[in-house]
Design a protein around this ligand. Structure first.
Ligand code: BG6
Length: 475
């Protein structure tokens, strides 16, 4: 569609950015916090441990003040389960409650809406030892954790996200350090989708609980959605793209919105003797959980062709290797790549927004989008990141086109507000508007510096997305 005139961003559009607890906070065993799976995992060689990260635990005031200076309307952060409940269940850690109360209050003092992710890749290690999401009790564990959060923070937090990138936990969990498959498991696919099922039921129950306990609040899922293109107009390539879209994307949103398994996914699981077992009450719980909006993370699209049966699976969030019998992943020659090998597809962002909205007709907030790059702090105390400005500018432009296409958008939270530790590529893969002075193993000062993208995004927010030109004033 070529538009004659662009629609503006909505008046109360939520501009902001995101982080997650285990990647930004540090203080990983401080003030009573129990370890999470991220604290006990073996980090990839050459990358930092997750004990200090950006040290936000000790510097949240400074970080939130900088976000306010950028004009943030919203800050998406996650609550560490094992900071609140060190054992995952049982006793609450008062210091953990105090910390998140402080963060929430600090946001509100700056007129920043807190958008809280309840679970972002950091299962308490104590629950991993009890079988993690394999254990059917995991549903109750998560509901209990949600209840603690609603009771303690629900008077001030009006927007909640359930599980960050459940689809990535399921498809590339080992890469992120989360998927815990019990030793001796014979059918790993079945086990993986049983865990996935428990998460889906837990999410549905938590959405229903949120509506019951906090009638004013709004809640939604936060998967990683990437539209999958067919490599050619060969009809078999479209079948492959439909397969991959179902397994990677629609399974998660169909379940969140309709409470039903996607039919293509279900037959794929049947073929592999991997259908999850429904426990008593699951179907009802799935039917009773409804999101108020859809949050999703977007980094890039994927492209596939007909499977030749040799695909091995795996890869990372954006570099799927395809799935045998489902689809073969191929490079898209029309797209550039980031320094870390992820394809860049701003038009694909519009495609994905249009597709998600026409399938589900719920307002959308983008919970992640951004460019991981090597940044350099120069002698003038600045970080010149025109590549990040260009990436964001092109994506925001496409988001506005999607709004003009009729997509109902609530907000945009790129990844990340502050530099933090990547899921598997260390500190050197930076995403933030705010530079943190440390490298992989040398903690240096941990001081904060405003990147060029900081000043540019400030201007974008001040103009409510009208002015996307690359010029900016550094103050
Ligand atoms: C998403 C995650 O997959 O992408 C974040 O929700 C993550 O936790 C982000 O950091 C970027 O990925 P990576 O692997 O570059 O850190």
């Amino acid at each position: 569609m070529l538009h004659k005139q662009l629609k503006p961003f909505p008046e109360n559009f939520l501009w902001g950015a995101s982080t997650s607890a285990y990647q930004v906070e540090g203080a990983n065993l401080e003030d009573g916090k129990g370890p999470s799976c991220q604290d006990v995992k073996k980090v990839p060689e050459g990358t930092s441990e997750l004990d200090v990260c950006a040290d936000q635990y000790h510097r949240y005031k400074e970080d939130i003040a900088l976000m306010a200076e950028m004009g943030f309307k919203v800050y998406r952060f996650s609550i560490s389960w094992s900071r609140i409940l060190p054992e995952g269940t049982g006793a609450v850690n008062p210091k953990g409650i105090e910390y998140y109360n402080n963060v929430i209050n600090e946001c509100l003092a700056h007129d920043i809406v807190p958008l809280v992710t309840m679970f972002h890749f950091d299962m308490p290690a104590a629950l991993d030892q009890r079988g993690s999401w394999s254990n059917p009790e995991s549903v109750d564990w998560f509901v209990n954790f949600a209840k603690v959060m609603f009771e303690n923070f629900g008077d001030r937090v009006k927007y909640w996200l359930t599980i960050n990138e459940q689809n990535m936990l399921t498809l590339v969990g080992p890469m992120i350090g989360t998927l815990c498959i019990p030793e001796g498991t014979e059918n790993v696919l079945k086990e993986t989708y049983q865990q996935n099922h428990h998460m889906l039921v837990a999410q549905a129950k938590v959405m229903a609980l949120c509506h019951e306990m906090l009638p004013e609040a709004k809640i939604g899922p936060a998967p990683n959605i990437a539209l999958i293109y067919p490599n050619s107009n060969k009809p078999e390539d479209t079948i492959a793209a439909q397969n991959m879209n179902a397994i990677r994307n629609w399974l998660y949103l169909d379940m969140a919105v309709y409470g039903k398994y996607n039919n293509l996914v279900w037959s794929y699981l049947e073929e592999h003797d991997a259908c999850p077992e429904f426990h008593e009450g699951d179907a009802e719980a799935l039917a009773n959980g409804h999101p108020d909006f859809i949050g999703f993370n977007y980094y890039s699209t994927g492209t596939v062709e007909e499977s030749d049966g040799t695909e091995t699976g795996g890869g990372d969030q954006q570099s799927s290797r395809g799935l045998a019998g489902v689809a073969k992943n191929v490079k898209n020659p029309n797209l550039m790549k980031t320094e870390f090998g992820w394809e860049i597809d701003p038009v694909g962002f519009r495609n994905t927004l249009r597709e998600v909205y026409s399938r589900y007709r719920l307002p959308i907030i983008i919970t992640e989008n951004g460019l991981g790059a090597y940044d350099t702090l120069t002698e003038d105390g600045r970080v010149h990141d025109p590549y990040r400005i260009k990436y964001l500018q092109e994506h925001i432009k496409q988001m506005r086109l999607a709004i003009t296409d009729g997509v109902e958008m609530m907000g945009y939270c790129p990844w990340s507000a502050v530099d933090l530790v990547s899921t598997h590529e260390g500190v050197r893969k930076r995403y933030g508007f705010i530079y943190v002075d440390r490298d992989e193993f040398d903690l240096r000062t941990l001081d904060r510096y405003r990147k060029d993208s900081f000043f540019w995004y400030k201007k974008v927010i001040a103009s409510n997305g009208e002015d996307l030109s690359p010029e900016f004033t550094a103050e």
